[in-house]
Write a protein that binds this ligand. Structure first.
Ligand SMILES: Nc1nc2c(ncn2[C@@H]2O[C@H](COP(=O)(O)OP(=O)(O)OP(=O)(O)O)[C@@H](O)[C@H]2O)c(=O)[nH]1
Ligand SMILES: [Mg+2]
Length: 334
């Protein structure tokens, strides 16, 4: 199951306390105040790690408490600052507090946010000397911190979603065109959770692509991998519908194509009308090659851009990448 939600508890480190101390000098048992300050508590910081794809890890670890600051020491020595606790999350993670207010929306690689700040260190007695009190015998305690609960939600922020029947070659394609390392298998439903990858073109444009688990008839009713992924497809600007050209004649392929397109439309009218590119895959295989031209003709009639590709050899993949980038640009109006 694709875990896209998690609930965890976080706490910044308590601040270290300032201390009361006096210099011990010859003939002056109680010298001037010299109690050092407490160190600051560590903070809990969430940071985007491009290698993470799910919130799965948060099922095992639910408590993220940063280190406390050290207490101050004599001779004006400041206590050690507590270390920050860095928590890695996938890109697209939204962090909310218990009331549902957004604390952070982590949409970019390397982006980070302090979610639970560490407590301030207390001041040592050396700070409290005044004209009326040369030997203060008090210091400030470190600031305490309370743990609190937060929720994490992973929003796939893909510009492009690769959709199609199981085994169509979606994962092979995302691996070929992007930074993703998706699992590929010669059986249906290899992909159980969306994979995200960044595509960079040599003209400096880039976009995020998602490889979605294979769709089947009645996916909108929860069949197969179900509706949970259509939720993710919904956020994509452009859909690339992959058709495995090696598995049948034009009629069969178009029937399958319409079936999947129909699923999207049944899920939401808006999704059914989303801009789409068709990609005929596996054209390194002779049986696939034969269907390229008839398929091209059908899609031309329908006004849907069609690209013949082989994710295995890379043939046609660059042209597809540029076509996707152009379509995104057109839609976004750049
Ligand atoms: N010959 C050839 N085989 C391919 C090509 N692309 C994918 N395949 C093979 O087709 C099978 C399915 O590939 P995947 O990329 O896992 O397909 P998928 O669409 O991600 O499948 P699901 O995750 O199950 O929906 C694997 O055996 C791939 O090696 C291609 O361009 N040429
Ligand atoms: Mg796959």
């Amino acid at each position: 199951m694709f875990v896209d939600e998690a609930h965890v508890s976080v706490k910044g480190g308590r601040g270290g306390s300032g201390v009361v101390a006096f210099r011990h000098e010859k003939g002056e048992p109680l010298g001037g105040p010299s109690g050092g300050d407490g160190g600051h508590g560590g903070s809990v910081r969430f940071i985007v790690d491009p290698g993470l794809k799910t919130l799965m890890d948060f099922r095992h670890q639910r408590h993220f408490f940063a280190q406390a600051g050290g207490n101050g020491q004599a001779k004006n020595c400041t206590g050690k600052n507590g270390e920050d606790l860095l928590v890695k999350v996938p890109v697209g993670t939204v962090i909310r507090n218990e009331d549902g207010n957004v604390l952070a929306d982590l949409t970019a690689i390397g982006q980070e946010a302090v979610i639970a700040a560490g407590g301030r260190g207390g001041k040592g007695n050396a700070h409290f000397t005044s004209s009326t009190n040369r030997s203060p015998k008090f210091s400030q305690p470190g600031e305490d911190t309370e743990p609190f609960d937060i929720s994490l939600e992973l929003k796939l922020l893909a510009d492009v979603a690769l959709i199609g029947l199981p085994n169509a070659g979606k994962s092979t394609l995302i691996n070929r065109m992007s930074t993703a390392k998706a699992k590929v298998g010669d059986y249906p439903f290899t992909t159980k959770a969306p994979n995200l990858g960044m595509v960079r073109l040599n003209d400096d444009r880039d976009f995020v692509v998602a490889d979605i688990p294979g769709l089947v008839e009645n996916a909108h009713l929860g069949k197969g991998m179900g509706v949970q992924f259509l939720r993710h497809v919904e956020r994509a600007t452009v859909l690339v519908h992959i058709v495995d050209l090696s598995v049948g004649d034009v009629d069969t392929l178009m029937r399958d194509y319409d079936l999947i397109a129909g699923e999207l439309g049944s899920y939401s009218t808006e999704l059914g009308e989303r801009p789409v590119l068709a990609a005929g895959s596996k054209i390194d295989l002779p049986e696939a090659r034969e269907t390229i031209e008839p398929m091209r003709a059908v899609f031309a009639e329908r006004g849907i851009p069609f690209y013949a590709i082989s994710a295995a050899t890379g043939e046609g993949v660059d042209a597809l990448k540029f076509a996707i980038a152009d379509m995104i640009d057109n839609i976004k109006g750049d």
